[in-house]
Design a protein around this ligand. Structure first.
Ligand code: CA
Length: 582
């Protein structure tokens, strides 16, 4: 039975944010590094980013509610959900670090200074001191030294142990195990070989692939060709079954035969899975219990929201904007496609790790309907957190080898008559150009943290999800785009020259340039298209606009990819209503 599992405390989830969401998880740490050393590096980053975010929130709560630091800290804990011990952990952390934090906050020191003084951020010899806010007037190092004198708990090793202990505890829960592993290294393939459909929403359930309508019978699942035209039961979960008593003909045969019904599958990254950290989690202005009510669900979905996403979204968005998706479009086009979607996207997904998790794609070549598979890996092959980022980007040669290997795997696993669409990489210069001088949500209240500061802070901690694009250095940003374009050219060439047995292949380019132009033509602002908290991912609006753009262009350029428009749609609605919902 899959019940509600324990969830990570605020600080840890906020942290994991910034990194796993977007970047190539495997790049975060070297594979050959000892596990103990890996854990220490993870803990150092987690404790520093987590501390600075939390102290910032507490400091701003003091300001917003005109209250004491002690009360603000207690208030924050009461906002957090009780599920999975989140609130309890908050109270525990407040008890351990609270007295020092409160004293330092009362001395009007900024979060950078406070977190260094309590040694949750580390100063390394001959390395710059990482800071999110502007340096204090009398200098960062000197201010930290003064603050340290006020602190009782000044033992770095001991404090790191406390954080490490909390991390260790949470990483041992099944849910967090997955997140922690993703944070430290590549997720092993066996974690993703679950090819079963589910009647449970999160934990890779029906938020990710069409809801199972019979959890007991393994031969029943969305996407299969109907068994005996579903005269007796709904073998493909599209809500269409039974037979017309007047002529004895099954409805599946009457309403779906010859319509070239197809499913949608997305193989992709965090953008395709729709990574999103709710800004209300770090914006004290209107913070309440309500702000965190979606926290447990978000975490059990790896901080992704596939149910609202560009490729497979099906629920009305509760995170701003609206939902539009290729799945909704292909479903409206032919209602026989109801529930036939699979989101096989993963935070950190790139062409060089896709083959590990694409094995969870569930399609039977003999029994199931053809599919349209999108490859949506828009940046992780050029995005990594290293200072020498260029040396860690995928090369065109490696990309070609990997993509061909993945396409051959696909050819051996998807039914004949399918289609594959390779999406080009994005041009991430849009990130810096759009955001660098705007305020990050954490700096909104006091106008003191811009995205430029935020990106540099992450870089300093080797936690910037895209060092190449989220960078003040214009030459580097241009070089990153240059490499992205080289990689896109490889995809284009493969689509133009390679042939496969079971699918045709096409190449779709510059999606996000098209989204930006479309949104501008509607009077929208460019920053509406980016996730406010991470300053990296496409937003809900971007996804919805993108879905319509892809649909329109594909229908026009490659007619037939999505099958035929079903002339019986109205009859299906009249007879089967919402087809059992999603
Ligand atoms: Ca059916």
């Amino acid at each position: 039975m899959r019940g509600l599992r324990p969830v990570i405390p605020l600080c840890l989830s906020l942290i994991l944010i910034l990194s796993i969401g977007s970047s190539r998880s495997k790049s975060f740490l070297h594979h050959d590094m000892e596990p103990q050393r890996q854990m220490q590096i993870t803990t150092e980053r987690v404790s520093c980013i987590g501390c600075i975010l939390i102290v910032s929130v507490v400091e701003q709560l003091v300001q917003v509610h005109n209250t004491s630091a002690e009360k603000a800290m207690a208030l924050l804990c009461t906002y957090l959900p009780e599920q999975g011990g989140i609130r309890g952990t908050c109270i525990l952390i407040a008890e351990i670090f609270g007295p020092d934090l409160i004293m330092l906050l009362n001395n009007r020191l900024n979060p950078d200074v406070i977190c260094h003084a309590v040694r949750l951020c580390n100063i390394k010899p001959n390395q710059p001191i990482c800071h999110l806010y502007k340096k204090p007037v009398m200098g960062l190092k000197r201010t930290i030294k003064q603050a340290e004198k006020m602190v009782k708990m000044s033992d770095y090793v001991q404090n790191l142990d406390v954080v490490s202990g909390v991390l260790f505890k949470f990483c041992s829960y099944p849910l967090f195990k997955m997140i922690c592993e993703a944070f430290q290294s590549s997720v092993p393939a066996e974690d993703y070989d679950q090819d079963n459909f589910s009647a449970f929403p999160s934990f890779r359930g029906y938020h990710w692939r069409g809801r199972d309508c019979n959890d007991i019978d393994k031969s029943v699942y969305p996407g299969r060709s109907p068994e005996d035209w579903d005269a007796l039961h709904d073998s493909n979960c599209n809500g269409i079954w039974g037979f017309d008593p007047e002529d004895g003909i099954p409805y599946e045969k009457k309403l779906c035969e010859g319509t070239d019904a197809k499913g949608i599958i997305i193989l992709g990254d965090s953008a395709a899975a729709h990574f999103h950290i709710p800004p209300e989690w770090i914006t004290p202005m209107n913070m309440s219990k309500e702000s965190f009510s979606n926290m447990a669900l978000a975490i059990s979905n790896e901080l992704d929201w596939p149910q609202f996403s560009m490729y497979t979204g099906f629920q009305n968005s509760t995170i701003g904007g609206w939902t539009q998706s290729l799945y909704l479009r292909i479903r409206d086009w032919n209602l026989c496609n109801h529930r036939d979607y699979q989101n096989i996207a993963k935070n950190g997904g790139a062409y060089d790790n896709l083959q590990k998790y694409m094995q969870s794609l569930a399609r039977n070549q003999q029994l199931d309907k053809p599919v349209v598979v999108f490859y949506g890996l828009i940046g992780n092959d050029v995005c990594n957190p290293y200072a020498d980022t260029l040396n860690h980007m995928t090369t065109p040669e490696t990309l070609k080898t990997n993509v061909m290997m993945e396409l051959k795997y696909l050819d051996a696993h998807i039914p004949s008559g399918s289609h594959v669409v390779l999406m080009s990489l994005a041009d991430g210069r849009f990130l810096w150009d759009t955001l660098h001088d705007r305020y990050h949500p954490i700096g909104e209240l006091n106008k003191d943290v811009t995205y430029a500061q935020f990106y540099q802070f992450l870089s300093c901690l080797t936690s910037n999800p895209c060092e190449g694009w989220m960078n003040i250095n214009e030459t580097l940003r241009n070089l990153t785009t240059e490499r992205a374009e080289q990689l896109s050219s490889v995809l284009q060439e493969i689509a133009a020259s390679e042939k496969f047995n079971n699918f045709k292949i096409n190449y779709f380019e510059n999606l996000y340039q098209k989204v930006t132009a479309k949104w501008a033509s509607l009077g929208g602002k460019p920053w509406d298209l980016l996730e406010p908290v991470d300053g990296f991912h496409p937003s809900q609006i971007s996804s919805a606009v993108g879905a319509d753009l892809i649909w329109e262009e594909v229908i026009q350029r490659w007619p037939g990819i999505f099958g035929k428009q079903n002339p019986f749609n109205q009859e299906i609605i009249a007879k089967f209503g919402d087809q059992g919902g999603h």
